[in-house]
Design a protein around this ligand. Structure first.
Ligand SMILES: *Cc1c(COP(=O)(O)O)cnc(C)c1O
Length: 489
């Protein structure tokens, strides 16, 4: 695609902007500061607009179509959230401003902390972490410090189910813990016997994702929490799947001591391009003093105004800062707008429809696609992208073929415990027509796999770029394709 860079459109003397005559005297810059050459493309305004608009159309996003990427909760992001985050009073403030000049921003942060505490059933909340994985790191460091302060530094083991997201063991290992994998049982729950066998005096904590990455609510969650607590461990909840629980169940009430949210998943803020995200962490009462500082606190002062005065405070045993300044404030504004727009009833409906949509789709596909755990699912479900007798069709072929039908593929090959896994999360923001169209495409692909497997192997056929070498595409990113090759090195 040689003509795709803006440099290919360059023609000497062409320009998109005319600068006004300077109203100050001209002076010469020192030679040493001058570049010999400045290779900028010379293009007209309409060429720039067309070029970048066309590039944007080569991409796929939630604003274009259905995006059932399991575990990522690619729901539609209401544009009013964007408008809120761009209000100058929010967008143009500086984190070093004196707190009495940013009381509105602190009010928003405080209120968001309160809402997130209420939704998850927690006593304390930090908004600092920049993503889910960063929230995990925050939580695991809290676990570590809690045991240290309690004089039990020998607690160096974290248990993690085999269905967990890779960030869970990565975070624990990075924080110096020994990671022990706990298998799932035949129903997709944590195997209680295997868990019991690991509950000893070295247990620091257990990291549970509930609903788990199979899209299943662990039926034994209260027993799991009891076992871990009796052994002196803490329960970490990976809250990436909170889209299934809003207004229905509070992790703090089923024994979770620490949990991160992914604001960019559950609370509908744009993601997928690498950030920025936000991963607030909630904790139970006995861990409030360990939260990273500073947190926003409210002081009621008798000054005749109704609003309390907000300030920052560092908890007593704080693990320290997790982020420069106070976290990704723009994400907080979006999530706050989303929460207020829905209200308590609306948030509950979000989860009810997310679960309904997933079950509807699951029932349309099961029978044709193998469903390894045939149970009522939560907001997502996992099927197998393989059939006995058609050995050379893989989940990846099905996903690539879906692109020909205009759909973003589901998550492939995760969770690891399902062969040829296809993890489908429709989210609540999709209509029944969209779900039907997707199911229809999936059923047609299953038919094609039998009658015309080649068409799957060669897919995608009508995307700007055909089948990529996935490993090379990820490991060998070409990020400077805007530059002519002589400058690209
Ligand atoms: C997305 C996700 C994470 C990691 O969250 P990031 O915000 O991408 O860092 C962790 N666990 C689960 C189950 C997830 O789906």
């Amino acid at each position: 695609m040689a003509e795709t860079t803006i440099y290919d459109k360059s023609s000497p003397g062409r320009r998109g902007v005319r600068f006004p005559q300077p109203d100050v005297p001209l002076t010469k810059l020192p030679e040493s500061l001058m570049r010999k050459e400045l290779p900028l493309p010379e293009v007209s305004e309409n060429e720039v607009v067309r070029h970048f608009t066309r590039l944007s159309q080569l991409n796929y996003g939630v604003d274009i179509g259905f995006y059932p990427l399991g575990s990522c909760t690619m729901k539609y992001n209401p544009k009013v959230n964007e408008a809120a985050a761009r209000l100058p009073g929010f967008a143009l403030i500086h984190p070093l401003q004196p707190v009495d000049t940013v009381q509105g921003a602190l009010h928003l942060m405080y209120e968001l902390q309160e809402h997130l505490k209420e939704i998850g059933g927690f006593a304390g909340m930090t908004l600092q972490p920049a993503a889910g994985a960063h929230g995990e790191l925050t939580g695991v460091l809290i676990i570590k410090k809690f045991h240290e302060v309690n004089g039990e530094p020998q607690r160096n083991k974290i248990l993690i189910p085999d269905s967990a997201h890779g960030t869970n063991p990565a975070t624990s290992a990075m924080s110096g813990f020994k990671v022990v994998e706990i298998p799932s049982d035949g129903r997709g729950n944590v195997d209680l016997e295997a868990l019991r066998a690991e509950c000893d005096e070295t247990l620091a904590g257990f990291m549970l994702t509930n609903p788990n990455t199979l899209g299943l609510f662990d039926e034994n969650v209260c027993d799991i929490s009891a076992l871990v607590h009796e052994a002196g461990g803490l329960m970490y909840g990976d809250g990436a799947n909170m889209n299934a629980l809003l207004g229905i169940a509070k992790p703090g009430e089923f024994g979770v001591d620490i949990m991160h949210y992914n604001l960019h998943k559950t609370f509908s803020t744009p993601h997928g391009g690498g950030g920025p995200g936000s991963g607030p962490v909630g904790v139970c009462e006995r861990l409030v003093d360990f939260l990273p500082g500073p947190v926003v606190v409210a002081e009621t002062i008798d000054d005749g105004f109704e609003m309390p005065f907000y300030r920052f405070d560092v908890p007593k045993y704080s693990i320290g800062r997790m982020k420069a300044f106070h976290g990704h404030f723009g994400m907080m504004v979006r999530a706050y707008a989303y929460i207020l727009a829905h209200g308590a009833e609306g948030l509950r409906e979000v989860s009810e429809y997310a679960v309904l949509n997933a079950n509807y789709l699951m029932h349309k596909l099961k029978g044709v696609y193998k469903l390894p755990y045939d149970r009522v699912c939560m907001h997502e479900f996992v099927i197998e992208g393989r059939w006995s007798g058609i050995e050379d069709i893989h989940a990846l072929d099905i996903s690539k073929r879906l692109m020909d039908y205009g759909f973003h593929p589901p998550t492939n090959y995760f969770p690891l415990i399902v062969r040829e896994a296809l993890m489908i999360e429709p989210t609540e923001t999709e209509s029944i027509e969209t779900l039907d169209a997707f199911a229809e495409a999936m059923l047609r692909i299953a038919e094609e796999a039998k009658t015309n497997p080649e068409i799957l192997h060669e897919a995608p056929h009508n995307t700007p770029i055909g089948r990529l070498d996935e490993v090379q595409a990820a490991k060998n990113l070409i990020l400077c394709c805007g530059l002519p090759t002589q400058y690209a090195e």
